[in-house]
Design a protein around this ligand. Structure first.
Ligand SMILES: Cc1cc2nc3c(=O)[nH]c(=O)nc-3n(C[C@H](O)[C@H](O)[C@H](O)COP(=O)(O)OP(=O)(O)OC[C@H]3O[C@@H](n4cnc5c(N)ncnc54)[C@H](O)[C@@H]3O)c2cc1C
Length: 433
């Protein structure tokens, strides 16, 4: 082992990876910990959940991303705590000593105190969530085709998405397109176009983080796709039969949760205060008050930057924080002056609505329709990792656009049927042979 300072980075997501990369020329040993072996491009997860892309198109092994960085070691380990006095990260593979620690473990979906809803209304965060949701959507159509019970068929063809943020809008548009375009000719007993897609939002409008004209545009575009957009409807019950929202019962076999996030338990690990979303309030240099060698970045941090802006929970924000912290640690190790307090550069925000429409603010300009969608495509292909993925994703989109098909309509991970029990006389005859 070298005597260089050790920088442990917990989380190989958007923030953690940028922090590691920003340290590539620093005289330190970098250890990146992640409970997964891959980095996931979450903005395109909904396309895996709706069968447009395959998991490997939106995820890359962290080990391979950092393979050319000689000072970086990757360990697949789950962080369970931090001992700030002994300067050790606690993991399921044992404790790991650090000189500087970057916590970038992101967030997960929040059920607002109703974790029991998770089983009936899965959220979208990991690759497994996306393939699970894909299975539920595709199985609903298969089961509707097979049943002769009219009420059950209607329930199977009802899809409810809870949460009118970008993920909810994108999921609703994509499921509507699967039903109205992709599957139209594939079934004999059902008409997939009769599927009902309902988007529930507790607040007064969709896409609350975008300007109002874009919210209105998104609602109108979804209505044109026959999506029922119900705003001001908070979910009060969720069970295997469906949901209750705003006092109204909706029978549905598929409910997808896209409402709200909560930070990973970084505040608990550090034994510091958290805001309502579980985020740790950090200082201007993104370090934790009272722990100058511990930084929290990305979705796990509540950051008010040097201009007084509350930094949003977005991938570019996490990446900027990662780069900033990597440079700040490199400067400290080299005995140089620390950088100016963190400043967020806001490049914009997007939400796609189906396969040729989007609502976006980009560089301060409001974009809608095809122009917004093309800008979204270029931005997302640009930010993907690796030429292969850029090419595959761009080609898939073009192909789907022209053919109306979705290339990844696979129902996977269905439990294998139990092996048939061997009848007693047969077993005897096998033994006799
Ligand atoms: C479905 C979805 C769609 C989104 N769409 C957009 C979008 O269009 N545009 C946009 O800008 N942002 C989008 N976001 C938000 C964006 O993905 C996040 O803001 C960003 O990922 C935050 O980066 P991060 O580094 O903080 O966390 P993440 O990128 O989530 O990385 C956290 C990493 O930590 C690991 N980890 C977590 N807990 C542990 C643990 N205990 N031990 C070890 N490892 C752990 C995880 O495996 C993960 O690799 C979306 C998010 C989701 C879920």
């Amino acid at each position: 082992m070298s005597q260089r300072p050790i920088v442990v980075i917990a989380g190989g997501g958007f923030g953690g990876l940028e922090a590691a990369k920003a340290l590539r020329r620093a005289d330190v040993d970098v250890v990146v910990l992640d409970r997964e072996n891959h980095h996931c491009f979450q903005p395109l997860l909904y396309q895996v959940a709706t069968a447009a892309l395959s998991p490997a198109d939106v995820a890359w092994p962290i080990r391979s991303i950092l393979r050319h960085q000689a000072n970086a070691t990757v360990l697949m380990a789950e962080v369970t705590g931090v001992d700030t006095r002994a300067k050790r990260v606690l993991t399921d593979k044992g404790p790991i000593a650090y000189d500087h620690l970057v916590l970038a473990t992101g967030s997960t979906h929040s059920y607002f105190g109703h974790d029991e809803w998770a089983e009936n209304a899965p959220g979208l965060k990991r690759i497994e969530d996306a393939t699970h949701i894909r299975r539920r959507i595709l199985l609903a159509f298969e089961q509707a085709e097979a049943t002769s019970d009219e009420a059950e068929r209607r329930r199977l063809l009802n899809f409810v998405i809870v949460g009118g943020g970008p993920t909810g809008v994108e999921m609703a548009g994509a499921i509507a397109e699967i039903a109205r375009l992709t599957l139209v000719r594939d079934f004999r007993n059902i008409d997939p176009r009769k599927a009902r897609v309902v988007l529930l939002e507790a607040g007064p409008r969709l896409l609350p983080a975008l300007p109002e004209d874009l919210s209105d545009y998104a609602a109108r575009a979804l209505c044109r796709m026959d999506v029922d957009v119900l705003t001001g409807q908070a979910v009060t019950a969720c069970d295997p039969g469906g949901v209750t929202a705003g006092g109204r019962r909706i029978e549905a076999a598929t409910v997808i949760w896209a409402a709200g996030v909560v930070a990973s338990p970084v505040a608990r690990w550090l034994d510091v205060a958290a805001d309502r979303a579980g985020r740790v309030e950090v200082l201007g240099d993104l370090s934790v008050p009272g722990c100058a060698d511990v930084y929290v970045i990305g979705d796990a941090a509540r950051v008010v930057d040097a201009r007084g802006t509350l930094v949003p929970g977005l991938a570019p924000a996490a990446k900027q924080m990662g780069t900033y912290v990597g440079r700040a640690i490199a400067a400290r190790v080299a005995g140089e002056a620390p950088p100016e307090p963190f400043r967020y550069r806001d490049y914009g925000m997007f939400a796609t609505i189906g396969r040729r429409s989007a609502a976006a603010v980009f560089g301060g300009v409001h974009l809608k329709g095809l122009v917004g969608w093309l800008t979204w495509c270029v931005a997302h292909v640009y930010f993907l990792i690796g030429m292969r993925n850029r090419f595959v994703v761009a080609f898939n989109w073009l192909w789907d656009y022209v053919t109306l098909q979705r290339g990844a309509r696979l129902i996977t991970d269905v439990p294998a049927p139990a092996a048939p029990a061997v009848a007693e006389p047969e077993r005897k005859s096998v033994a006799a042979r």
